[in-house]
Design a protein around this ligand. Structure first.
Ligand code: HEM
Length: 536
């Protein structure tokens, strides 16, 4: 049984404040001692020095010294809300059980509590919410079978397809390790050597790279997962959140710049205030389904996260809706300490062979053991809202034991004949994909790095294309020529008009800057390196 403090963050263990002169609202320290003076430290004479036995002061200041936990290595800036998911019991026109036995989707009308955290990716914990960046869209479903996390973004694709490249990619997007200044040249240096990113770059530098608010954007699981039915048959699935009661709206760079001059927190504020006013945002959850094979008829690999599955061939099937109707009571306890991960699936949901997904799946819980602590799953926001019974014991900050009431407390192992925990019965046939191939280090065969980037470019409205070209030119004009040339080559491969417009924009920018493009920055870098005694 849990003997933990109050679950919703207010108050602590049993209220027994009975000290002298104490009332309900008396300030105490963490030991429960009433605090009689919170203005003055104890000193030798009122001018000091301060003595070291000031327990109240030491306790207060030491807790303050530890108020921060490490911010997320990516997605540090976020906003969260509680709500519920309601299943339609169907996937399009079919009963959902045809594809998945996951209980969260069965029985039309059933509601499951959720917590959602929206975020930007690259900026730090207090950065502006107007930045050009994918937006995180992470949902924790507290299902009757335990937690399910759907850790997605607003954009439906990603920059890279191999997890080995993720730390390098993030380093190039984050500020320069010497100056701590974000530098598009570092970012495009990496991207110009990563042609698979062309499609994502096309979305990111268009207005789709700055959603107007969290309420006015879509969400997507991006990676391919599987659904498994009770016969153990699996299908490939992609998840999409579509806003129901808000339109999708993006900002031009100019609109974002103006907003940023006035408000660094507009997206958090918009979400918080809407929910306070009772204007609850809603999204419909849709899935795309494909049979679980490599689909040689497609000109892309279905497991490649840099690709969209064309909606005309793989229609969006509606499976339920989500409503966000309650703000967190405490930002730190809920929004900061919540821990999502792609490994957190329930029965009826499975992984696909998408290698990026497997890399992610290790990374999330690994970082959370460091960021939040080894018992992060016991925190109320992360704990399943159902019985949890494990034989995991100890670790920093463990307060209660995850044991079943009937469990012999002396038995923290399995198997046992002395009253320990037992394995559950299987809820349907196991899904057992089979493998027989060489172990290799190789890129996938159907990389097709530019085809869909071109389709996406052509699908934009003209004002979106103009924005895209102008934003790319702004970022690329300070880059070295070899970076510019490679990027123009990629854009041309995607669509000739796209490449031509970026190239012309760069030429014009160069003539406006007096032909100093690229080399001016390079000269500066050489000077800097010399000044620091290094070699350029
Ligand atoms: C956060 C790793 C790709 C969406 C994170 C965090 C890590 C990480 C370490 C911080 C988690 C925490 O501190 O709690 C990776 C790796 C990736 C990858 C290694 C690729 C190999 C992606 C992709 C998406 C995504 C493709 C979009 C589908 C998110 C979101 C968060 C996040 C939404 C923030 C979750 C929250 O609000 O707490 N990622 N990520 N990531 N990632 Fe990824």
């Amino acid at each position: 049984e849990k003997i933990g403090p109050a679950v919703d963050g207010v108050g602590g263990p049993a209220d027994s404040r009975k000290g002298t002169g104490e009332s309900e609202d008396t300030l105490t320290n963490r030991q429960g001692h009433p605090v009689t003076d919170n203005q003055n430290v104890r000193t030798v004479g009122n001018r000091g020095p301060t003595t070291l036995e000031n327990y109240d002061f030491l306790e207060k200041i030491s807790h303050f010294d530890r108020e921060r936990i490490p911010e997320r290595v990516v997605h540090a800036r976020g906003a969260g809300a509680h709500g519920y998911f309601e299943t339609y019991g169907t996937a399009g026109d079919e009963p959902v059980e045809k594809y998945t036995r996951a209980k969260v989707f069965q029985e039309k009308g059933k509601q499951t509590p959720v917590f959602v955290r929206f975020s930007t990716v690259v900026g730090g914990g207090q950065s502006a919410e107007t930045l050009r960046d994918p937006r995180g869209f992470a949902v924790k479903f507290y299902t009757e079978d335990g937690n399910w996390d759907l850790v997605g973004n607003n954009l439906k694709i990603f920059f890279i397809r191999d997890p080995l490249k993720f730390p390098d990619m993030v380093h190039s997007f984050k500020p320069d390790p010497v100056s701590n200044i974000p530098d598009p040249e570092r970012m495009f240096d990496f991207l110009s050597q990563s042609p698979e990113a062309t499609h994502m770059v096309t979305f990111l530098f268009s207005p789709w790279g700055i959603p107007a608010s969290y309420r006015e954007m879509q969400g997507s699981g991006v990676n391919t997962y599987k659904w498994v039915n009770k016969d153990g048959e699996g299908v490939l699935v992609k998840y999409h959140w579509e806003p129901i009661n808000n339109d999708i709206r993006n900002l031009t760079q100019k609109e974002a710049d103006e907003l940023q001059g006035k408000n660094l927190n507009h997206a958090t504020q918009d979400l918080y205030e809407a929910i306070e006013k009772g204007e609850y945002p809603e999204w419909e959850l849709c899935v795309q389904i494909m049979s679980d094979d490599d689909h040689p008829e497609l000109d892309f690999d279905p497991l490649d996260p840099t690709k969209l599955w064309p909606a005309d061939q793989f229609p969006f099937l509606k499976v339920g809706k989500m409503v966000l109707n309650k703000n967190p009571e405490n930002y730190f306890n809920e929004t900061e300490q919540i821990a999502f991960g792609t490994g957190v699936l329930v029965d009826g949901l499975d992984f696909s062979d998408d290698k990026l997904l497997q890399g992610r799946t290790f990374s999330y819980s690994d970082t959370q053991r460091h960021r939040v602590g080894s018992n992060y799953l016991q925190l109320p926001i992360n704990a399943a809202k159902k019985r949890v019974a494990t034989n995991q014991r100890g670790g920093q900050m463990q307060y209660y034991v995850d044991r079943a009431p009937s469990q012999n407390p002396h038995v923290d192992y399995e198997p046992s004949t002395l009253g320990g925990l037992r394995e559950a019965e299987q809820n349907g046939k196991d899904h057992q994909p089979s493998y027989n191939d060489k172990l290799v280090r190789e890129p996938i065969d159907r990389t097709n790095n530019f085809g869909q980037a071109g389709d996406t470019y052509r699908s934009f409205e003209e004002w979106e294309r103009e924005e895209l070209v102008s934003n790319l030119v702004d970022a690329l004009k300070i880059c070295q020529p070899q970076i510019q040339e490679k990027m123009v080559e990629y854009f041309t491969n995607a669509d000739e008009d796209y490449g031509r417009r970026v190239s012309e924009g760069l030429k014009q920018a160069a003539s406006e800057q007096g032909e100093h493009t690229g080399s001016e920055k390079a000269d500066n870098a050489v000077d800097q390196a010399k000044n620091m005694g290094g070699e350029a």
